[in-house]
Design a protein around this ligand. Structure first.
Ligand code: ATP
Ligand code: MG
Length: 493
């Protein structure tokens, strides 16, 4: 564990804040996430400083203020001590101020005492002492404070055994967990998020209280929940977080499409895998290969179409026909509900989910050039990401099957490379476009233009004509003739 007296080595800014506080005549402490991360030797750029009013007046400056005013005054003092590179923002209504300095965000706020009502996560706030402020923190490991005051600089205030919990890798609430979670149910998601991010365990009575209070999540906004889900998804082994969400009964409330995938069923001696656990294994595999949060979302959701497409047939066994396509619809619904971005990120996840069976089907059907070309065309620049998911999708424990699947996918990858090199169809735009078709046949925008355009695109993807203007132009004239169209311009040689 780091020695808190070393804080100034970590960053010289702490001495500057300490000196500024002496000058303002108030007391201040680094508190919360920064202290936790400092002790865990994790890099952090968000520093929270909590201020309490001076005890009487400062001996040498005569200054004095209460907590909130002290926070703003201190921020101003720090900003001027740090010089031009520091930027100050004051939020008078909240009694807080922020100094941005060389990539650090330092937030100054007066110590607060909070009390809650049952219908809102917004507490009633009063000025308080350092202890009051520590009491309102969510977990013991987030309630740690280090003094920046000259008389006890570097002293750690750890009223709830946070250091011991850091050592034991334990998430625990400082006060009664039922009250903590009922007061602000976001803390239930934060508990699981921290456990997932830091690879910690949630202490039993804290965890039980999450289960008991899970329905309280109904007062949370989707954005708040999603922000925590994103942090879980970005942890090293996100499955841990999702398993905890499931065990606590929260997953069923936020992502019922995932819990619908749980379990196996056996009919006539034939079973299918537990799609929920499989999805989490795929998510972990993707997480080991890529930090892209949306590829991770795609991994989590890639089989969500299976719950509704599951079918048993005596001859063929279990099938999940079209689950890839249905999955893209479910992805949309989930993104909308969770207020995830409905932009190119959604389209990317839908594309990966919609195409995730294609490379595998390619192998089963014998890898034709035309099928590979079509896949390349449809996946475009996301083809590598799609292949990351497909490889991650191999979760069978059967070693010989695993080997065979991997080899099959390597074959597809090689073929993709060969075809791309030869035909350049990845970001392919047909060499004759709609504008040219309209000009040549003197047509307004109409269905015939689309028909001719598709015929050209298909012919190139199927390898019937080369991907060049001359061949495409010739085909355009032929296709036009089939529709009874004659060129209005002289036909190119
Ligand atoms: P990270 O920045 O990685 O999300 P953090 O612990 O710094 O982690 P913040 O949301 O930045 O989390 O909050 C800073 C501190 O404020 C926390 O360490 C905790 O002490 C306190 N805090 C934040 N949210 C809550 C909450 N919902 N209930 C109680 N205390 C909270
Ligand atoms: Mg923080």
């Amino acid at each position: 564990m780091q020695d808190t007296k070393d804080l100034s080595w970590e960053h010289p800014v702490f001495k500057v804040i300490s000196e500024a506080a002496r000058h303002c005549g108030c007391r201040c402490y680094v508190i919360g996430g920064y202290v936790r991360d400092f002790l865990l030797k994790r890099k952090s750029v968000d520093i929270d400083i909590v201020c309490t009013g001076g005890q009487g007046q400062s001996a040498d400056t005569g200054n004095s203020a209460d907590g909130p005013r002290c926070g703003i005054m201190l921020a101003k003092e720090v900003r001027s001590a740090l010089g031009k590179q520091a930027r100050l923002s004051v939020f008078k209504n909240f009694g807080t101020a922020q100094v941005a300095y060389k990539g650090l965000e330092i937030e100054f706020v007066g110590a607060r005492k909070e009390s809650y009502r049952s219908d809102s996560r917004k507490p009633i706030v009063e000025n308080g002492t350092l202890e009051d402020d520590q009491n309102r923190r969510d977990f013991t490991i987030n309630a740690l404070a280090i003094s920046l005051n000259a008389d006890d600089y570097g002293t750690l205030a750890d009223p709830f055994g946070g250091v011991r919990d850091l050592e034991n890798k334990l998430i625990r609430t400082p006060l009664d967990p039922d009250i903590t979670f009922s007061d602000d149910p976001l803390r239930m998601f934060r508990a699981i998020r921290f456990a997932s991010q830091l690879d910690f365990r949630i202490e039993d009575s804290t965890f039980d209280a999450i289960s008991r209070n899970r329905e309280r999540m109904s007062i949370l906004s989707a954005e708040r929940i999603t922000s925590e889900l994103n942090k879980i998804i970005l942890s090293e082994r996100p499955s841990r977080g999702f398993i905890m969400l499931d065990k606590a009964g929260l997953l069923e409330l936020v992502l019922p499409e995932m819990t619908a995938l749980k379990g196996t069923e056996v009919i006539s001696g034939k079973g299918h895998k537990d799609v929920f656990l499989h999805s989490l294994a795929v998510l972990d595999n993707v997480a080991a290969a890529s930090g892209n949060p949306y590829l991770r979302w795609a991994a989590l959701l890639h089989d969500t179409g299976k719950a509704v497409t599951k079918h048993f047939d005596e001859k063929t066994g279990w099938t999940f026909r079209n689950h890839d396509y249905i999955g893209t619809k479910i992805v949309f619904r989930i993104f909308k509900r969770l207020k995830l971005p409905l932009n190119e990120n959604l389209r990317y996840v839908q594309k990966i989910v919609g195409l995730h069976m294609r490379p595998i089907v390619l192998v089963e059907d014998k890898v034709t050039d035309s099928a590979v070309r079509r896949l390349l065309f449809e996946a475009g620049n996301d083809i590598e990401d799609l292949m990351v998911l497909c490889k991650a999708d191999i979760t069978t424990k059967n070693e010989s099957k695993q080997k065979q699947y991997r080899e099959n996918l390597s074959l597809v990858e090689q073929k993709l490379k060969d075809i791309e090199q030869k035909d350049h169809v990845r970001n392919f735009q047909p060499p004759v476009d709609g504008a040219e078709i309209m000009k040549v046949f003197n047509l307004p925008p109409c269905a015939a233009v689309g028909t001719i355009k598709s015929a050209i695109k298909d012919a190139i993807l199927d390898g019937k004509i080369p991907n060049d203007h001359e061949a495409a132009y010739r085909l355009m004239i032929e296709e036009g003739a089939k529709l009874g169209l004659a060129p209005a311009l002289p036909v190119q040689a």
